[in-house]
Write a protein that binds this ligand. Sequence first.
Ligand code: ATP
Ligand code: MG
Length: 410
Amino acid sequence: MFNNGWRKPSYVMSNYLDRIGAGWVLANPEVFNFDYVPEELVGREDIQNELASKFTTLHLPEGSGRVVITGPVGSGKTALAQTFCRDIQRHLNNKRNIRSVHVNCRNASTSMRVVQRILHELAPGHPDRGLSMGELLMSLRRILRKETSHLIVVLDEVDHMLRRSGDDLLYQLLRIDEDQSGKGTLSLILISQEQVLDVLETAVISRMGSTNHLRVKPYGIEGLAAIATQRAIQGLVPGTWTPEIIRILAEKAAITGDARRVIELLNAAVERCEFRQDAHTERRLIIDDIHVPLNKEPTTSGSNLEHIDDLNPNAMLVLLALCRRLTKEESMTTGDVEQLYAVVCEEYEQKMKSHTTVWKYLKDFEERQIISSRVATITGGRGRTTHLGMPHFLPKDLASRLEMLLKKKF
Ligand SMILES: Nc1ncnc2c1ncn2[C@@H]1O[C@H](COP(=O)(O)OP(=O)(O)OP(=O)(O)O)[C@@H](O)[C@H]1O
Ligand SMILES: [Mg+2]
């Protein structure tokens, strides 16, 4: 009685969903999952070697290791520990039975919950209700001894547990072998962001051995670009992205040094690109795709357009020249700027400022984070060129605002 016999033609129903699953740009969506662990970490050989050096005796029956890993958000601490545990198990395949448990203490923030999680991983049916901490630890000891396996316990975001329950569990875990002849049943890797170092420092680092403290550095532009490139190779259809696009994403994420962010930015750009596809569009990421603002855009001085309102009118003309080119291209050279600046001056009937003044304006734009610059050596030649980009603004929007402001000035 409600549909009056009218049936929606199927093409109407599916039209707007056509792009779902089309996969014009995106080949492997799982590469962008938050819990995806890449087969290899890129650019972290030093810290991987350092970590491995703390476990040089792990192939021996009594060998074990202990490490504290600290570093800023998104610096790859979790990925470092996860890949290490996976790789060491493969590496020692025939020599020693290694198991690992990764507990995130944000979700299991008391020592009781942590031990329950460990046991749950090792023996899924193990009862935990009503058992005391001593009983749980005894079970753990028994399981490890029975299986003659070595267990690597990773306590990620361990500060959560330390704050709630103190460091007692750490001592217990480190001493788990004390009552038995065989030693080396358990290794411990603690992970924490460095901002919470104080909680760790006094209580734990000395106990774990200060030489066992690994500090992971934030990623710079190169590191972020390498990570995004790896995801693009693994996740996108070949030919749909360029190193220049990746570079801009890395520049955008460099404010935070957070690898997660560059991956999110790439993912957002891919989504946008995927959804504007039709039979006629070019199947590749373009500059408009990568300027999609994320909800979690960090609040830097650069992110709102009014930021440029106090520029002097001549600087605005230079910036307008930049914006017009960057609307179409990912980056431009200082030589391009001068050429286009000449065109803009003609349009506004203004005299061009000197080369040095233009250069000063560019420096000023960079300091205000309106543009970013990168020096590149010309392939095959000896010269170096400066490439300018605009990672924090949509050049089109900035150009409109400048045109509006310039109307009032000249
Ligand atoms: N060197 C790398 N190579 C490839 N992918 C990486 C690398 N470093 C980090 N990643 C990826 O970046 C994302 C963030 O890394 P991870 O979760 O390890 O950071 P974290 O330091 O543990 O951050 P948090 O402090 O928020 O816990 C993950 O998806 C991870 O796979
Ligand atoms: Mg982490």
